[in-house]
Write a protein that binds this ligand. Structure first.
Ligand code: M6R
Length: 609
């Protein structure tokens, strides 16, 4: 799981590659490397840690290359180390190669290569590819790659340079993204077009098993039979490029504070107040697509899966359509039963999550399913493979922990639930009421953000604890999962989200004065029951921080600390409550001195299964 970049052209291939790698760090940041050809030799530089460390080193050694390939890594095979960092090489150091993905049969291939008398230098699966290409090389690098690709199993995108071919990069994609940017007398290769978007917006996306030969002024693409493939040039849409922290200490905090605007962006132009319903361009004019729907299947991972869980409550309550929510990596191996008239919705901030993409591909191939997606990134793999996409319009989310994308997902899913409900039995007045509540959210969120100092004080008080429960009922149950994930991810604290009513069936055994509970009380329908559950926690000496809505002050006598949020309707309370849990996680991590924007062991986009 990694980011790949390459440059061939008249500008400085080292500086451009470093700039590109920085934009790819969301795909991994445990080590980085660059290589290329200079004076008929392969030269490289690799460092453990972030791209900025590699940048210092290439400046230090004044690295110069005629053509470059570069890589930022998230370790799958072998620890983060200089040896395991990409690029990898063949024994004669004629080939340098970078790779994103996993070679599933690398064990067998390694045995085959060792039997040829070759010694490995790294623990990676990638190194096998460099050796295989070298074994298959008889003077024509493209033919060597063509002979090697059928030997590889798994998902991979690779790019390589050869010392005897200093004017070109060879790139291959198979179930992993690879996009080529075509400029004037220059060309780029990357896992993500955003990495070279400042230089060119003319792109070619490689399809499975296509081999691209990329020169500064010529792009050729071949299939595995070495037949030329005609590829159409596509134009990238202009997205927001604001990727600075502004006045904030971290991207995560900036993105939390952007939510009054990102929430507005998510619903603006997507509703018709007068008719009390939602409006999605390209979909609402073809409502016959939605009429036959009898069930909905939602696929997602991580925070996006939590959004899917909230959506299940919304759609079932409001539109009375049964919803199944699945974690993509589990769903793939279930031998799924997909009944007729099932709408499949894939949710992903990045659109590059390998598990979700794999599940979607399988559903399309085996069941002929149509795919609706919710995504934040234009041109991403999921978007290109979906039949219809609703964009989050949240702007770039740089912090590894997903914040504003989640609340945008909830807002859009609430509008989608409204649309389905209005097509069935919800009347216009009820629809209008719902929309009024929705449009109050940005102000509610501003008010909560205005209370950040109080939340920070509470965070400081509790930052020393090593175990937390997040409890909630109904909408607050998936909200508790999301709150706990935020705390785990950036504070490295063990936090568990749990349905409050389920505590007495086992986990209450863990409650003690050492284990605080964050009580998510906002769901009005289950408030009384939640209060009883909190009394059960208190009876066992568990400290409680309660997030309550205005009007729920009666719990203050039970709990230790309270955060009051504005009142909204139950389906939208996930948004208001989540702003608090995001701030809580942020300030706890800050207090503990943890790395917030790029927490250890993680990557923003999980591009391997
Ligand atoms: O890009 P996606 O929404 O598909 O990503 C899914 C998860 O990897 C992601 O939400 C992850 O759980 C976040 N780091 C959570 O903050």
């Amino acid at each position: 799981m990694c980011g790949i970049f390459g440059y061939v052209g008249m500008k400085d291939p080292v500086a451009i590659a470093i700039e590109g790698l920085k934009k790819l760090e969301y795909r991994g940041y445990d080590s980085a490397g660059i290589a290329g050809v200079k004076d008929g030799k392969i030269i490289d530089c690799k460092e453990v840690g972030k791209v900025s460390i590699l940048e210092s080193e290439v400046n230090n050694i004044k690295l110069q290359l005629d053509v470059s390939i570069a890589h930022t890594r998230w370790a799958t095979h072998g620890e983060p180390s200089r040896i395991n960092a990409h690029p990898h090489f063949d024994t004669s150091h004629s080939i340098a190669l970078v790779h994103n993905g996993i070679i599933e049969n690398h064990g067998e291939l390694k045995k085959y290569i060792i039997n040829q008398g070759i010694t490995f230098t790294s623990e990676t699966d990638t190194e096998v590819i460099a050796h295989l290409i070298s074994i298959n090389y008889e003077g024509d690098i493209v033919k060597a790659v063509q002979k090697t690709v059928p030997m590889l199993q798994g998902a991979y995108a690779i790019a390589l340079v050869h010392k005897d071919h200093p004017d070109l990069i060879v790139a291959v994609a198979h179930e992993s993204p690879m996009v080529i940017g075509v400029g004037v007398d220059e060309a780029f290769i990357s896992s993500d077009s955003q990495a070279f978007a400042p230089h060119t917006r003319e792109v070619v996306f490689l399809s499975n098993s296509e081999i691209a030969v990329v020169r500064a002024n010529k792009l050729e693409v071949f299939n595995l039979e070495m037949k030329p493939v005609e590829k159409a040039l596509e134009k990238l849409l202009h997205g927001s490029n604001d990727s600075s922290k502004g006045e904030f200490e971290h991207f995560t905090l900036k993105e939390i504070f952007e939510q009054p605007q990102s929430i507005k962006n998510a619903y603006a132009t997507r509703f018709m107040q007068e008719y009390g319903t939602a409006y999605f361009e390209g979909l609402s004019d073809n409502l016959q697509e939605l009429h036959p729907i009898e069930r909905i299947l939602i696929l997602a991972c991580g925070t996006s899966w939590h959004a899917g869980c909230v959506a299940a409550y919304m759609i079932e309550n409001m539109a009375r359509i049964p919803v199944q929510v699945e974690i993509s990596s589990e769903y793939r191996y279930k031998n799924p039963i997909v009944e007729k008239n099932t709408l499949v919705i894939a949710i992903s901030q990045s659109g590059e999550t390998a598990d979700t993409i794999a599940a979607v591909r399988e559903l399309k191939a085996a069941k002929g399913a149509k795919i609706f997606s919710l995504c934040n990134v234009q041109g991403s793999t999921l978007v290109r493979e979906s039949d219809y996409t609703i964009f989050l319009h949240a702007g770039p989310e740089i912090g590894v922990c997903s914040t504003k994308a989640f609340t945008s997902q909830i807002v859009i899913l609430s509008l989608f639930s409204l649309q389905l409900a209005r097509m069935r039995h919800m009347n216009r007045e009820q629809g209008k009421d719902f929309l009024e509540e929705l449009q109050k959210l940005p102000d509610h969120v501003k008010k909560i953000l205005g209370n950040a100092e109080h939340i920070q004080k509470i965070a400081k008080k509790y930052a020393k604890y090593e175990n937390f429960f997040f409890l909630g009922r109904q909408y607050m149950y998936p909200t508790s999962l999301e709150g706990a994930l935020k705390l785990k991810e950036i504070s490295y604290i063990n936090a568990v989200g749990y349905p409050a009513g389920e505590m007495k069936h086992g986990p209450i055994a863990l409650i003690s004065s050492d284990c605080p509970t964050v009580a998510l009380c906002a769901n009005e329908r289950t408030f009384k029951k939640m209060k009883s559950n909190l009394l059960e926690v208190k009876a066992r000496k568990g400290p409680i921080i309660a997030i309550i809505e205005e009007g729920q002050e009666e719990v203050t006598e039970i709990v230790d600390d309270v955060i009051i949020i504005p009142r909204t309707i139950d389906p939208l309370s996930t948004v208001t409550t989540t702003i608090v849990t995001q701030l809580l996680a942020y300030y706890v991590a800050l207090e503990r001195g943890e790395e917030i924007d790029q927490p250890r062991n993680l990557a923003k986009s999980v591009t391997v299964e």
